[in-house]
Design a protein around this ligand. Structure first.
Ligand code: UD1
Ligand code: CA
Length: 456
């Protein structure tokens, strides 16, 4: 049987108090909806239908032109049952339909596989859970033999029904035909005046179709996002699970509660990450990489034995084996550090390559620059790459020495082995092996006296 997925994502998310549709709020750096669609994609459905309503245009735009989704607009949110029935005309009659939620992002593929695995002939499968606090959820009503009879929404439940601790997670799978016929029978005669998807359970039972429950063991998976507090809770759950699996795979995290990964991290043996580190995008670490406290690493490749010291920001960089970065370094996109290069405190680099064993240890800006091997860039050196209109390149040859507080006015080339004296403003090329010096000569006045403070 083919599988089709319906994702409910039309709700407003009133309690988010946001201009952004709820399903576009981010969990670990990605929209809630993207997490759900990834999970759905892992099940390889023939088609995924997303029910959108509030902020539909923004939601569709977020997903771009990827034509793998059938967008179904639900102009008015008349209830979860109404939402699913909007998609059914687009679903093939012989399919199994799986219902997911755009605001329940932590559901795992394995759990959904179990739910689908319980599907036989024309039965309906429902993911349920034992809740310590069932408040707010639909309750699973069973008969004396333990068979499911119905799902009752909390506002419609009797006092006795509210005591039931088994709850409806909302996730279900059934046949297109079954859902179509049951959804045709439901109405809005309930406390909330909505078309409840959950009413199909009772309909199925009435039509003699078996409803099978699959218990979700992990309460983490079914947490829905209705408020900013929920979003924060889901983020913490996600991050702590992720940190656990990274540690299981061999990463040292000094404090897993103070590490956030919003993307993908690959690492080799014996890497150590100190506290308050945030990684974003795709980050690759070689062996024995050490990341100090309070660092932000984004879309970067970091080689073996690299040390990123405290309070450094690294983005879009390639850092080769044995480099040292920071403390307080800012490595901006397009930076390449060759093996053994060192970038120290209060140094900013951008679109710059530093050759092997070159160093810029203190207070420098190296932008749009190509720096050779074993170059020393002194404290306070600035590549003046911008003339107010265009960016220009600075090229520094191997073994050059750039004295402290020099300004290299690009476009300019400092030849191999050349020296720039401290405090120079270099605006013409410096030939290899030569000394360039532009500072005013020092004068010493014989017999000069410091002014004295007048006595009053
Ligand atoms: C629903 C279930 C409840 C279950 C709970 C689990 C129903 C009637 N109740 O309740 O049994 O315990 O989920 O979290 O299904 N949506 C639409 N269009 C609509 C209405 C809702 O797309 O017309 C979307 C919402 O955006 C949301 C999801 O469906 O993502 C669930 O709707 P919501 O109103 O939050 O249902 P609950 O009251 O949580
Ligand atoms: Ca909800």
């Amino acid at each position: 049987m083919t599988l089709e997925v319906i994702v409910l994502a039309a709700g407003k998310g009133t309690r988010m108090h946001s201009a952004l549709p709820k399903v576009l709020h981010e969990l670990a750096g990605r929209a809630l909806l993207d997490h759900v669609l990834d999970t759905a994609a892992a099940l390889e459905p023939v088609r995924t239908h997303v029910i959108c309503g509030h902020g539909a245009a923004a939601v569709r735009e977020h997903r771009g032109q990827a034509g793998d989704i059938n967008w179904v607009e639900q102009a008015k949110q008349l209830g979860t049952g109404h939402a699913v029935s909007q998609a059914l005309p687009h679903v093939q009659p012989e399919s199994t339909v799986l219902v997911l939620y755009g605001d329940v992002p932590l559901i795992r593929t394995e759990t959904l596989r179990a739910l689908l695995g319980a599907r036989v002939s024309d039965n309906l499968t429902l993911l349920t859970a034992k809740a310590i606090n069932p408040t707010g959820y639909g309750r699973i009503v069973r008969d004396n033999a333990g068979a499911i009879r119905a799902v009752v929404e909390e506002p419609d439940a009797t006092e006795a029904e509210r005591q039931i601790s088994e709850i409806n997670t909302g996730f279900m799978a059934g046949t297109t035909e079954g859902l179509r016929s049951w959804l045709g029978k439901i109405d809005t005669a309930n406390t909330q005046g909505e078309y409840y998807l959950t009413d199909v359970i009772g309909c199925a039972v009435h039509s003699g179709v078996e409803v099978v429950s699959v218990n979700c063991e992990d309460p983490f998976e079914i947490v829905g996002v209705n408020s900013r507090a929920d979003l924060a809770k889901v983020e913490r759950l996600f991050q702590s699970r992720q940190a656990e699996s990274l540690m299981d795979a061999g990463l040292t995290l000094h404090d897993p509660a103070r590490f956030d990964l919003r993307g993908q991290l690959a690492f080799e043996q014996d890497c150590v990450v100190d506290v308050n580190v945030v990684m974003t995008g795709t980050v690759n670490l070689g062996t024995r990489v050490s990341i100090g406290p309070n660092c932000q690493i984004t879309d970067s490749e970091i080689g073996n034995g690299v040390e990123i010291r405290a309070n450094s920001i690294v983005e879009g960089a390639k850092i080769a084996d044995g480099c040292t970065v920071g403390p307080f370094a800012r490595i901006r996109p397009g930076t390449t550090l060759a093996p053994g290069a060192r970038v120290g405190n209060f140094v900013e680099t951008k679109n710059a390559s530093l050759g092997e064993d070159s160093k810029a240890n203190h207070l420098a800006y190296v932008g749009d620059a190509q720096v050779g091997k074993r170059v020393n860039i002194g404290a306070g050196v600035i590549t003046c790459n911008y003339d107010g209109a265009n960016k220009h390149q600075t090229v520094i040859g191997d073994d050059a020495f750039i004295g402290s507080n020099s300004a290299l006015v690009a476009p300019v080339t400092v030849g191999e082995g050349a020296t720039v004296g401290a405090g120079s403003a270099v605006s013409r090329d410096v030939p290899s092996g030569q000394l360039a010096l532009t500072r005013a000569e020092q004068k010493v006045r014989d017999g000069w006296q410091r002014p004295q403070k007048k006595k009053s």
